[in-house]
Design a protein around this ligand. Structure first.
Ligand code: NAI
Ligand code: MG
Length: 357
């Protein structure tokens, strides 16, 4: 039976790379009924909101979406569609694999990392107090009374909440993920020595959960030390479990270790819904020219097929991407070649057909 999937082409290079992805998924022989739902900047002009209810209703039906990047307009009063989707669908885990593709121009050749990032709490929860506001004056008084600390008059404040319940679910998710894919270890990054009441909760809660999760080695490291390890011996690390902010920063770093944003896939997952999307944005500097690298979203589609139980097709796409990059005749500009998005997609689709024969 055909899988129902919501397809959000997105802004900028989004429509170009999602078109390319459909070619490849078709070649993989999986039947998909795409429910195409526009969202983003163009939709905002037409419908008055960048994320109309119909998009969420579609995902409520399909439970799975493939999404191109969406531009976050600056200074229009609209919140980011990406953040809104994560909140509305409770997509609490971001999963971002970084694996070396032989033949890619990059510093390392044997990296196989997965960042699992908590997606809802931490400094990204959106609890902020504006510099000079009445609210911040009241908060300043309360904090002086409670802790004796004097927040400077010219400071702005962002709050960092990390809960036991929010941590438990991301830890359980990470162990399920690691076990399901035969990964050997999970390394948690934190600064619990300094932020005892936020990172400390993350570390302590994860440590307790880990005792009930045999079969995967659990380890913890201060995040600065982890950053150093990542750029010196990334091959010694496996799954990284990180609170929101560190996860955001280190997942881009990990993408950089293996050849850049044009290759980096991702997923935002909850217990009910999953939205698959590349790590990169809408790339306005190259949009409309048909030169973007479609591999990041093609690999995201591969992760989606695995999630849908189509492991054979996911595997074929993976091997096809590897063989086209390794062969090197067809490469987009970011990989040092001059192929178009379409040419790259056709080459990968052809390789997928060969893999499946
Ligand atoms: P970006 O990822 O769009 O671009 C950064 C650089 O990487 C640019 O030079 C771009 O040309 C290049 N690049 C990105 N993807 C590429 C690809 N597939 N092939 C070849 N080159 C590629 O990041 P930027 O410029 O910071 O953001 C642009 C817009 O995208 C912003 O409005 C931002 O808010 C949004 N954005 C959306 C995301 C999402 O929808 N999940 C994620 C990140 C940014
Ligand atoms: Mg980021």
């Amino acid at each position: 039976m055909a899988h129902l999937v919501t397809l959000i082409p997105g802004d900028g290079i989004g429509p170009e790379v999602t078109d390319a992805t459909r070619l490849v998924v078709e070649a993989a022989g999986v039947e998909i009924r795409w429910d195409v739902q526009d969202a983003g900047a163009a939709v905002m002009e037409r419908e008055g909101t960048p994320l109309p209810d119909r998009v969420l209703e579609s995902i409520a039906r399909s439970r799975v979406a493939l999404k191109g990047p969406i531009t976050t307009p600056v200074g229009t009063g609209f919140r980011s569609v990406n953040v809104a989707l994560r909140q509305e669908l409770d997509l609490f885990a971001a999963v971002r694999p970084s694996r070396s593709v032989p033949g890619t121009p990059s510093r390392f050749t044997d990296v196989d990392l997965v960042v699992i990032r908590e997606n809802t709490e931490d400094l990204y929860a959106g609890v902020e107090f504006e510099r000079g506001s009445d609210e911040l004056d009241r908060l300043r008084d309360e904090i002086r009374r409670l802790s004796g600390f004097e927040i400077a008059q010219d400071a702005g404040v962002t709050v960092k909440p990390i809960s036991v319940s929010g941590t438990q679910r991301i830890v359980r998710f990470a162990f399920d993920y690691a076990r399901g894919r035969g990964r050997r270890s999970i390394t948690l990054g934190h600064k619990a020595n300094i932020m005892r009441d936020s990172d400390g909760v993350f570390l302590f809660t994860a440590g307790v959960e880990a005792q009930f999760s045999p079969g995967v080695w659990f380890d913890e490291m201060q995040v600065d030390e982890l950053a150093l390890r990542l750029v010196t011996e990334p091959e010694t690390l496996d799954v990284l479990l990180l609170p929101n902010l560190y996860g955001d920063i280190l997942s881009d770093l990990c993408a950089g270790l293996v050849g850049g944003l044009g290759l980096a896939p991702g997923a935002n997952m909850g217990w009910e819904y999953a939205v698959f999307e590349p790590v990169h944005g809408s790339a306005p500097d190259i949009a409309g020219r048909g030169v973007a690298n479609p591999i990041a979203i093609i690999r995201s589609a591969g992760m989606m097929l695995e999630h849908l139980g189509e492991a054979g097709a996911a595997d074929a796409i993976d091997r096809a991407v590897q063989s086209v990059v390794a062969d090197g005749t067809v490469r987009t500009g970011d990989l040092g070649g001059s192929a178009s998005t379409r040419e790259m997609a056709r080459a990968i689709a052809d390789a997928v057909r060969q893999e499946r024969d």
